[in-house]
Design a protein around this ligand. Structure first.
Ligand code: ADP
Ligand code: MG
Length: 472
């Protein structure tokens, strides 16, 4: 039997969240729903207008380049990519071809070929919702929005790692603050190139478009690997083509035979200046580096090293930077409550916030920290802590006050507990004698009785210790 190797390379576009568009000062607003609101003669493509480079967009891509450890080109320019389509009335898209802003770089051990800057196209709204539409409406709100394109080398070998790469890139763009990168909103768009081969050279690749979720990326890649493998097994040829993804059917389908780059007749846009990055103060790399905060990979390491969090816990903190920041405030200056705080924040507190539809924390870090210390000092039981936490959701006050008001402080008064224990022992002769004969479960029962009598306010560890002492 032959063994087949799958190879995947990704091309990912992300809309940058600059205030204005790539080559004009029309507003860049992904949430604008009224068609053709944020437009001007430049982004609508009127003849005779002149584009002006948005420096903020260039800075955003430079930050991405720094973050992935890519080479920042000192010389860069914009090219015209010529083609006809109603969403690009100039007859060309301004992009970068020979001199991309960034060359190389790495994410998740996957080599990146390049990152460049271009302009987004208008959106076409097909009236009947299929390809046999009778008419289409053009909305130019998106036309000219700065679009970053990142291309990977063909070095990915599974659907899962293709999905993981896209997820990690999304995180990175969000941490850098350069794009919201919501796939559902089309702010991040993934195209997957896939080939399968049973020799040491590459097989013919297909390119799958319109993947608008991470799951779709993984499913489409897996589907193509299977489809191409079957073709090869039957001695049939894989056609080099562009395919679409039907999420409902879970299938890719042929769209068109792929055009070659020479069809686009790229050439440098004569309307735009060529850029010498090192000579433009706004693009000073050292200054840009200082603007970049802690990135996901560094944060993962720090959370592991400083807090001993598990990989799973770390990923939740990475996905929810606000919660991670809150956690750090809670444990600041008290390493004893780290483990407790991780558990209570990630399970109980997140659960409560979600239940109440809240996206930001409502309990001050100080009060949360105090609650953790109370558990740690055995002042409250874990059951009591959960109750106090729920009460703190309504009223962000000192947990000690809530505990007192609701009788949730643990009884650690030995004298009082001793009396309760003696009473339980006399009332449960049978259980006591079972325990003495060696039945461990009986001790649990007695402790349970102690918790019941004290309405959960006794410290179970203390009960256990004192029962044992009284019964030997
Ligand atoms: P094209 O000229 O067809 O657009 P490129 O060389 O520009 O091809 O590569 C486009 C994308 O396709 C890149 O992400 C690259 O990694 C990927 N790619 C190239 N060759 C293959 C292959 N044989 N199998 C899978 N992906 C590939
Ligand atoms: Mg290409």
């Amino acid at each position: 039997m032959k063994t087949y190797t799958a190879t995947i390379g990704l091309e990912i576009h992300a809309e940058l969240k600059t205030k204005t568009k790539m080559f004009c000062d029309s507003k860049n607003d992904a949430d604008e729903i009224k068609p053709n609101t944020n437009i001007c003669p430049v982004c609508v493509g009127h003849p005779g207008t002149l584009p002006v480079i948005n420096k903020e967009a260039v800075r955003s891509v430079l930050k991405v380049g720094i973050a992935i450890g890519g080479e920042i080109s000192d010389f860069t320019e914009f090219d015209r990519k010529n083609y006809f389509y109603p969403d690009i009335p100039k007859g060309y898209q301004i992009s970068q071809y020979k001199y991309p802003l960034i060359k190389g770089g790495i994410i998740n051990d996957i080599k990146i070929t390049r990152v460049h800057l271009e302009e987004d196209t208008a959106t076409l709204n097909h009236e009947s919702g299929n390809m046999n539409h009778e008419s289409s409406l053009v909305d130019f709100n998106r036309a000219g929005v700065p679009l970053m394109e990142l291309v990977t080398e063909p070095v990915i070998h599974s659907a899962k790692s293709a999905g993981d790469f896209a997820r990690e890139l999304q995180l990175l763009l969000r941490y850098l603050g350069v794009s919201d990168a919501n796939m559902e909103k089309g702010e991040m768009r993934v195209e997957a190139n896939i080939s399968v081969s049973d020799t040491s050279s590459f097989g013919t690749k297909t390119e799958v478009k319109n993947l608008n979720s991470f799951k779709a990326v993984e499913k489409a890649v897996a589907y193509e690997i299977e489809r191409q493998t079957k073709l090869l097994e039957n001695n049939e040829k894989v056609l080099q083509e562009t395919r679409g993804w039907n999420d409902v059917k879970g299938e890719t389908y042929s769209q068109r035979i792929k055009e070659d780059s020479h069809d686009y007749r790229y050439f440098p846009d004569p309307d735009l200046p060529k850029l010498k990055i090192s000579e433009i103060p706004e693009f000073a790399v050292e200054a840009l580096k200082k603007e970049i905060g802690e990135l996901p990979s560094a944060k993962r390491e720090r959370f592991k090293k400083d807090f001993g969090a598990t990989d799973k816990e770390i990923e939740v903190f990475i996905e929810l930077p606000e919660i991670a920041k809150y956690f750090e405030e809670v444990v600041k200056g008290d390493s004893k409550i780290i483990k407790l705080a991780i558990n209570y924040i990630l399970s109980d507190y997140l659960g409560l916030l979600k239940k109440e539809g809240k996206t930001t924390t409502t309990i001050s870090a100080d009060n949360f920290s105090k609650l953790m210390s109370m558990i740690n000092d055995n002042k409250i039981s874990s059951r009591g802590a959960k109750d106090i936490l729920a009460l703190m959701m309504n009223e962000n006050i000192d947990p000690e006050i809530i505990a007192e008001k609701n009788g949730l402080l643990q009884k650690n008064d030995e004298g009082e507990i001793k009396k309760i224990i003696e009473k339980i022992i006399t009332e449960n002769e049978k259980v006591v004698s079972d325990y003495k004969k060696g039945k461990e479960a009986s001790l649990q029962f007695l402790i349970g009785q102690g918790m019941k009598v004290t309405k959960g306010s006794a410290n179970p560890e203390m009960l256990k210790k004192m029962f044992k002492e009284s019964l030997t």
